[in-house]
Write a protein that binds this ligand. Structure first.
Ligand code: PLP
Length: 394
């Protein structure tokens, strides 16, 4: 059976060119980047080059790039590190209510440590409105974090505008760009952000390596204490192959960014059209135009997302219900609930995320399988009865 991968927001395969670039750093150039000798110097050279590449692509200085173990660590570091560094100034933190669990769970823990957190409301499309942010700011606000693009519904936030509001009040602004890196243009100077996170495995790089950009002069405490790595800010032996792979993957993604985005968006739009034409009682979640090119997230009323996922899996189509991180739990997605989607509808949601290797044939096949699956499941659904060709809801 052909296997079709429509879950690129969960992770992506490592590109061949990226893997080739990484391989020597496992067993040939294996020095510890902290060592003083020639083996160490070879490793450092590779790490320095990777740092230069990443910095160039996001328009930062190499000294502002910090390598981490992934998006989760970078998010944790930004929020917890800033909260602790600035606690003398205030104890109020603001994040959006649709952030990734790496941010939400960290914020919840900081609440237990005595910080106040406002989880910004979003509109029905998951957008944070500048007015909502303005109203939430207090005299003791020290941190604002709003993601660049949402991992579940793909909505792209007005980061530059939100950042300006934060800076008018002299508050530090962070954006989680894990879903946006390699896909959207990310220029830290143009956006104005003080910190930004991203993760290698979302743009055809390796898993377990990420970046936190920290603008020079930004006050943020380390959260991983240990050796002197990353200019004393993040302890832990540098993941040299990972760092090399991340930089190469970002470079390649950036080179083809516009071309890939246009192609992937054409698949997404073909899929959205197909679903909306063929399947009644569906809702596209997230903003229709301010959305990531790869993302189509749908709620199929009267049925469970998990059942749809299971049937698609049997037909060789890999998708996600909720986010990769929250699926597996029976709780409906916090993102969909924050958008005001009723619980029953939120339960029937599936995320399809496309990639440059997908084809129109795959999209058409998925629409067909999906239409059959939804029909079958609704016929069995106690909430949806089909009688002599007519829909009847109970
Ligand atoms: N932030 C967002 C928006 C994500 O989508 C993810 C991963 O799904 C993360 C953070 C966590 O990144 P990582 O998997 O590298 O820990």
């Amino acid at each position: 059976m052909k296997r079709i991968y429509f879950d690129h927001a969960a992770t992506t395969p490592v590109k061949k060119e990226v893997l080739e670039k990484m391989l020597p750093y496992f067993s040939e150039i294996y020095g510890n980047a902290n060592s003083q000798h020639m083996f160490g110097r070879d490793a450092v050279k590779a790490v320095d080059e990777a740092r230069d590449t990443v910095a160039r692509i996001i328009n930062a200085k190499p000294s502002e790039i910090y390598f981490t173990s992934g998006g989760t660590e970078a998010d944790n570091w930004a929020l917890r590190g800033a909260a602790h560094a600035l606690r003398g100034k205030g104890k109020h933190l603001i994040i959006s209510s649709v952030e990734h669990p790496a941010m939400i769970a960290t914020a919840k823990q900081l609440e237990k440590d005595g910080f106040d957190v406002t989880y910004l409301e979003v509109d029905k499309d998951a957008l944070v409105h500048p007015e909502t942010l303005k109203k939430a700011i207090r005299d003791d606000t020290i941190f604002i974090g709003v993601m660049t693009a949402n991992n579940e519904v793909g909505t792209i936030q007005p980061v530059k505008e939100l950042c300006e509001i934060a800076h008018e009040r002299k508050i530090l602004f962070f954006t989680d760009a894990v879903q946006a890196a390699g896909v959207l243009k990310l220029d830290v100077k143009e956006l104005g952000v003080d910190m930004m996170s991203f993760s290698g495995h979302k743009f055809y790089g390796p898993k377990g390596v990420g970046v936190l950009y920290i603008k020079g002069g930004t006050r943020v405490d380390p959260i991983l204490t240990g050796g002197h790595q990353e200019r004393m800010k993040r302890g832990g032996t540098t993941n040299v192959p990972g760092v090399v792979g991340l930089a190469e993957a970002l470079r390649l993604a950036d080179e083809k960014r516009e071309e890939n985005a246009a192609y992937v968006a054409s698949l997404r739009d073909r899929f959205i059209r197909g679903v909306e034409e063929r399947i009644p009682e569906v809702k596209l979640n997230g903003h229709r135009t301010k959305r990531l090119p790869a993302n189509a997230d749908f709620s199929f009323r009267y049925i469970e997302g998990e059942s749809i996922l299971f049937h698609l899996d049997l037909a060789g189509i890999a998708v996600s219900s909720g986010s990769a991180c929250s699926s597996g739990s029976l709780e409906p997605s916090h993102v969909l609930l924050a958008m005001g989607i009723p619980e029953e509808t939120a339960h029937g949601s599936i995320r399809f995320t496309f990639g440059p290797d997908n084809t129109e044939e795959e999209v058409d096949y998925a629409v067909n399988v999906l239409a059959d699956t939804v029909k079958k499941l609704r016929a069995m659904s106690p909430l949806f009865k089909v009688q002599e060709g007519e829909k009847q809801y109970v």
